[in-house]
Write a protein that binds this ligand. Structure first.
Ligand SMILES: [Fe+2]
Length: 306
């Protein structure tokens, strides 16, 4: 399976929908979140009625890609009973997304309080999850890419490095990777003292199977670095982007924000300044992409180049 080369875009996060002018931006791609638009499992609908008009509006405006957080993809419930199969797969087909990414943590039908429950990095677990991932990708009918997570503690019982686990998972499943560079940075802050290495991670995973890159920011709170998505993209993550773009060619770079007020070293920004900060990050990401792949290499510029 191949992925289209789209360019630079944003995640369509519910936290931004009321104030960020998505429709005014020349985005190459918009990443939609299945969890935030899907209808309840005990109802007859596929999509929340309140989201239908909005989703059709953005679908008419931008190329879309799909993202799943709480599908139960890697949990222990029967795959056919999960939100991933019952809601996310039909949503992906309805919107015709060219790939789907899912998050590497455990979740079940309750889908609450599971944000940083990392997978157990063992061979047996990689093999169990590979079987689920392969089956799920077949249902999607498009590449399924697994996003490396930020986590506070390693899952008990883990006996291999995360990057070796991910390499084994995609090799066994025939699936892909979704590389979140801020999650790498966050893990290096929190686990660097016990040997976490971004360089080793990037040297180990199959970079040619990276479909998409996430960029974000976060903050230190109570001696822990958090992947809060409530600041502009942090500086070291820009350096990682240049490095990765020089080594592979993903289909998209997506910026993630999840707040109605971005934090910066000079304080909490109001909405106009938060908009400006996001637009500045977008411009910087486009520059990095164009530097790596040349002008006319993104969805919004390839027609001009032709
Ligand atoms: Fe992410």
């Amino acid at each position: 399976m191949g992925v289209p080369i789209l360019g630079v875009g944003l995640q369509f996060n519910p936290s931004l929908m009321d104030w960020f002018p998505f429709l005014d931006q020349p985005l190459d791609v918009l990443e939609i979140l299945f969890d935030g638009m899907m209808a309840p499992l005990d109802g007859p609908g596929l999509m929340l009625p309140t989201m239908v008009d909005t989703m059709h509006e953005v679908a008419a405006r931008f190329p879309l890609v799909g993202h799943s957080n709480y599908g139960g993809d890697f949990g222990f419930d029967a795959l056919g009973s999960t939100p991933a199969v019952r809601r996310h797969v039909p949503l992906a087909r309805a919107f015709g997304v060219p790939w789907v990414s899912n998050h590497c943590f455990y979740s079940d039908a309750s889908w609450c309080d599971v944000w940083s429950s990392p997978l157990q990095f063992t061979r047996d677990e990689a093999d169990r999850l590979a079987a689920r991932a392969r089956a799920l990708q077949e249902l999607y009918g498009v590449p399924l890419a697994h996003e490396n997570a930020a986590y506070y503690r390693t899952c008990p019982g883990s006996d291999m490095q995360e990057e070796d686990f991910l390499a084994r998972l995609v090799e066994r499943a025939g699936t892909y990777l979704h590389l979140d560079l801020h999650n790498l940075y966050a893990n290096a802050q929190n686990h660097g003292a016990v040997g976490y290495s971004i360089a080793r991670f990037l040297d180990t995973i199959p970079l040619d199977r990276v479909t998409c890159i996430h960029m974000a920011g976060g903050r230190w709170l109570d001696n822990q670095y958090h992947d809060l998505h409530d600041t502009p993209v942090v500086e070291p993550v820009w350096d990682l982007l240049d490095d990765v773009l020089s080594r592979t060619r993903p289909g998209a770079v997506i910026l993630e924000y999840e707040t109605d007020a971005l934090h910066r070293c000079d304080g909490v920004l109001d909405i106009p300044r938060s908009v400006d900060a996001i637009l500045a990050d977008l411009e910087r990401a486009r520059s990095a992409w164009d530097q790596a792949y040349g002008p006319g290499s993104r969805q919004t510029t390839c027609q001009e180049a032709a």
